[in-house]
Design a protein around this ligand. Structure first.
Ligand SMILES: NC(=O)c1ccc[n+]([C@@H]2O[C@H](COP(=O)([O-])OP(=O)(O)OC[C@H]3O[C@@H](n4cnc5c(N)ncnc54)[C@H](O)[C@@H]3O)[C@@H](O)[C@H]2O)c1
Length: 265
């Protein structure tokens, strides 16, 4: 039986993961797209992380390749878009997962340095735009494609650090702008807004900052209306699979919360 993204070429940017006890959003999405028939170029600043994802995909019978690139560097972004076309013959799905907050030096508005602001925007917003910049002409040439950008429910809620909040709001703006502009080219562009997820990126940063793991997990679980439990990387992955698949062919420009009802609780 054909998978839900059978034979599509996917690029997952940030498809490795922060080491930890659970699975990250980008790794889960890479695995699920491959499981559903896509050929996946897993891109990460850390090649070993990308390779771990690829090894798991291949062990499960899927097709994937790893590539190192830093989304702050335009020539490296251009190189991975071109590599997808060269290695797999096209580019159907671009999944922009890279993002960071306190782990990359975010702070309240009165404490953040100009360098910190610029770093966060380069990683969280400018890199997504650069990947779109180089992917869109390929998709135009092919007659369509799907882009999913990972924002955050921090864009909707009160959030203590200014760089993450504003850059993730920027991701929604970028998504809507591109969705409107490139709809005639049949390029769909959507955003996912994860809430509190039980991923290494979220948990390990706080544990490393000295908070007991049990407390970090319990306090985050307590804030979730749907069952009192954080989501996982798989919840983000299944939302991404739907948005990237042809099942969502009439959906573009949306910002989909994956938050266990936190936005309405
Ligand atoms: N976990 C949560 O609770 C949560 C909530 C809301 C939103 N998000 C969003 O989810 C996304 C990440 O989730 P994840 O679980 O996959 O994180 P992760 O840290 O496990 O994976 C992200 C990967 O991106 C790579 N990366 C970092 N900087 C890079 C760069 N400059 N160029 C290329 N690669 C780079 C890292 O090496 C890492 O492997 C982010 O956009 C984050 O803002 C997460």
């Amino acid at each position: 039986m054909a998978g839900r993204v059978q034979d599509k070429v996917a690029v997952v940017v940030g498809g490795g993961q922060t080491p930890g006890e659970t699975i990250g959003n980008g790794k889960a999405t890479s695995l699920l797209l491959a499981h559903e028939g896509a050929r996946v170029l897993v891109v990460d600043a850390d090649l070993a992380r990308a390779q771990q994802t690829v090894d798991k995909i291949r062990a499960e019978g899927g097709e994937a390749e790893a590539m190192a690139a830093d989304i702050r560097e335009e020539d490296q972004v251009r190189a991975f878009i071109e590599a997808a076309v060269e290695r797999f013959g096209g580019l159907d799905l671009l999944h922009n997962n890279v993002g960071g907050s306190v782990g990359i030096g975010d702070a309240p508005a009165t404490d953040l340095s100009v360098e910190g602001w610029d770093r966060i925007f380069q990683i969280n917003l400018r890199g997504m735009w650069l990947a779109c910049k180089w992917a869109i002409p390929v998709m135009q040439e092919q007659g369509g494609g799907s882009i999913v950008n990972i924002s955050s429910m921090a864009a909707r809620h009160a959030y203590p650090w200014v760089g993450y909040k504003t850059s993730k709001m920027g991701v929604i703006g970028l998504t809507e702008q591109l969705a409107g502009q490139y709809a005639p080219d049949l390029i769909r562009v959507n955003a996912i807004l994860p809430g509190l997820m039980n991923t290494p990126m979220a948990i390990e940063a706080r544990v490393n900052a000295g908070m007991p793991r049990d407390e970090v997990v319990a306090s985050r679980n307590a804030r979730i209306p749907l069952g009192g439990m954080m989501g996982s990387g798989w919840d983000v992955a299944y939302a991404a699979l739907f948005l990237h698949s042809d099942e969502a062919q009439f959906i573009t420009g949306v910002s989909l919360p994956v938050d266990g009802g936190m936005g309405v609780g």
